[in-house]
Design a protein around this ligand. Sequence first.
Ligand code: ZN
Length: 317
Amino acid sequence: MYYIGIDIGGMSIKTGLVDETGRLHFKKVFTTKPDEPSLIIISCIADFVKEMLAENALTLKDISGIGIGIPGSVDSKKGTVRYCCNINLVDVKLVAELSKLLNFKNIKISNDANCAALGETRFGAGRGAANTVMITLGTGVGSGIISDGRLFEGGFSAGAEAGHTTVMMKGGDECGCGFKGHWEAYASATALIRQTKRAVEKAPTSKLAELAEKGVTGRTAFDAAKQGCKAAQKVVRKYLEYVGIGLVNLCNLFYPEIVIIGGGISNEGDYIIKPLQRYANKYVYGRGYNPKIKITRAELLNDAGIIGAASLCMEQS
Ligand SMILES: [Zn+2]
């Protein structure tokens, strides 16, 4: 038997066939028109599922469950989507509608960061741990929490949004949500790009400025820092401190055995993991008494969303 995992994004919908050991057997990425009416998008999702099954000579009788990761706010118990950031799934009974179209009952949904955390914990970097926190450093800052082996979603499935906790009391940079001073406004790749551009203005003759001429990305500061540029090293050091502040806050709240770092920035590997590990060792409450919390890089990378979504259904079985 297989599970289907669906990872919904703005421009594409990734679907995959996953077995109960978390292995991804087949993956297909469909493009979508994010501005279509919600019900049209849902009927496209149903078509994608049927197409993928047909390509693998399977039917829904071979499927134990379908899990969907949503880039927005959901009520996982009611199976409804309240809103999405970049695709028009708004105030819609996704599970009921999809269930009707496919004539299939076991469909579950959750926020995409939660799905990634669940996937990484069960089948990736968090294997064997009962308590983990996953932090995704990408366009925004996503977070997912596994507590005693179960996904923690909070009331109304609306919790675990560490990116929108405040790290700057007054003012501060603007977050993707519109408020100022949130962790995401300092620890996302978007934030790092902003910090890099500011540093370039201050050091126009640096290696950082030279690399920035090709366009600033989340890698620019890291690339220049590795080439010995002092201005870039300062940007990276400060950026990792920002990431570290939120990370330590999460550690003190949940005391996970493992913190898993994902998203585009995690491609820097040990270059960020080692300083973050040192930061956690130094600042997590109870150091010297409690066991150390391990900071590690995500393993499932782009497939975490699909595998995690599929495993939403495994939890219930
Ligand atoms: Zn925010």
